[in-house]
Design a protein around this ligand. Structure first.
Ligand code: FMN
Length: 308
């Protein structure tokens, strides 16, 4: 399908739609904190463009994914939009609600739904309405995206939002079929801040850590599980080699007891007393100075990072 879509046609076909609602769907770009398992990527796709973007999103978020599969699959004839095809007829029928083959086991476990679909005549395919109307999305956040030949997301998400007005609809985004994984990841990062599952144990003691949201921490997460043999240095820290290189964005800083930093030549340091140097901060252990002293003021410790 190589035709470039003109704008006038979708607007004529769906003149009842209100483009105004698009901006009402939330242009303020809030960043939502989500933990693992709270996000679902749900999508509909016939020719696999939306599927590709959805899979990038799922990989980036480490989330669950659900494909909206029609009970009656769309054949090439069904989407031949230059003819009186099934897709065109559905888009022109206000009441069309194509049936979905399988349903989501439990929507209540998700707080955020990243919802993807192709643009059909300027709007979401009617099966998206079938999906939205099948569940209770009250209080959930929906982040829509679409793929298209050329049309923007326009009023498509705002019109869908009318079928689930109790959800918090964020401003949607259009991707071309050739969008990169990085483009999708950057878009998601602007909306969804994923909490890391990384756990720290020092000498087998599990610790409460606030991790930074930066490239160095993301690189560490990819190396889990990671064990570092640390030794005491200078009367203020334990330090040891990571074993391979992680990104750095060093700045001169005053560290306090509990701080975890990337230091020097790919080492990690954890502090039990104050110090000043050029570091990349990785996180902070939520313990007092005497507790940090008790934990680290010894010749060596084992520093273990684990996933969930
Ligand atoms: C029935 C139909 C209508 C379409 N209408 C538009 C349109 O209005 N604007 C546009 O840019 N692309 C339009 N397209 C192209 C699709 O949006 C585009 O190819 C999309 O990436 C397909 O996604 P998929 O591969 O996930 O099914 C239309 C395609 C079909 C089948």
């Amino acid at each position: 399908m190589h035709r470039t879509f003109a704008f006038a046609l979708p607007l004529l076909l769906l003149s009842g739609c209100s483009p105004k609602a698009a901006s009402e769907s939330g242009a303020n770009n809030p960043v939502i904190d989500v933990g693992d398992g709270d996000v679902l990527v749900a999508y509909f796709s016939v020719t696999a463009n939306t599927r590709k973007i959805a899979s990038y999103a799922q990989e980036h978020l480490g989330s669950d994914i659900f494909e909206i599969v029609p009970e009656q699959a769309y054949t090439a004839e069904d989407i031949d939009y230059n003819s009186d095809c099934r897709a065109n007829r559905e888009q022109n029928d206000e009441s069309a609600r194509p049936r979905i083959k399988s349903s989501l086991a439990d929507v209540s476990q998700y707080d955020t739904i990243v919802l993807g679909y192709p643009i059909w005549w300027g709007q979401a395919p009617k099966i998206l309405y079938s999906f939205i109307e099948s569940y209770d999305f009250s209080g959930k956040t929906i982040l829509p995206f679409c793929t298209s030949g050329s049309s923007p997301i326009g009023s498509s998400a705002a019109n869908l939002a009318k079928s689930a007005p109790q959800a918090n609809w964020l401003e949607g985004r259009r991707f071309s079929a050739s969008a990169s994984k990085e483009e999708v990841g950057n878009w998601l990062d602007a909306y969804i801040k994923k909490e890391t599952d990384m756990k720290l144990l020092i000498d087998d003691r599990g610790l409460n850590v606030s991790w930074e949201d930066n490239e160095s921490v993301k690189a560490l997460e990819k190396m889990l599980p990671l064990t570092i043999s640390m030794h005491e240095y200078g009367g203020f820290e334990q330090t040891g080699p990571i074993g391979s290189s992680i990104p750095r964005s060093d700045v001169q800083m005053d560290v306090v007891p509990g701080d975890i930093v990337r230091y020097n030549d790919n080492a990690i340091s954890v502090f039990y007393n104050e110090s000043s140097w050029s570091y990349t901060k990785l996180g902070h252990i939520d313990l007092s100075q005497p507790e940090m002293d008790d934990l680290l003021n010894k010749p060596s410790v084992s520093f273990v990072l684990k996933g969930e």
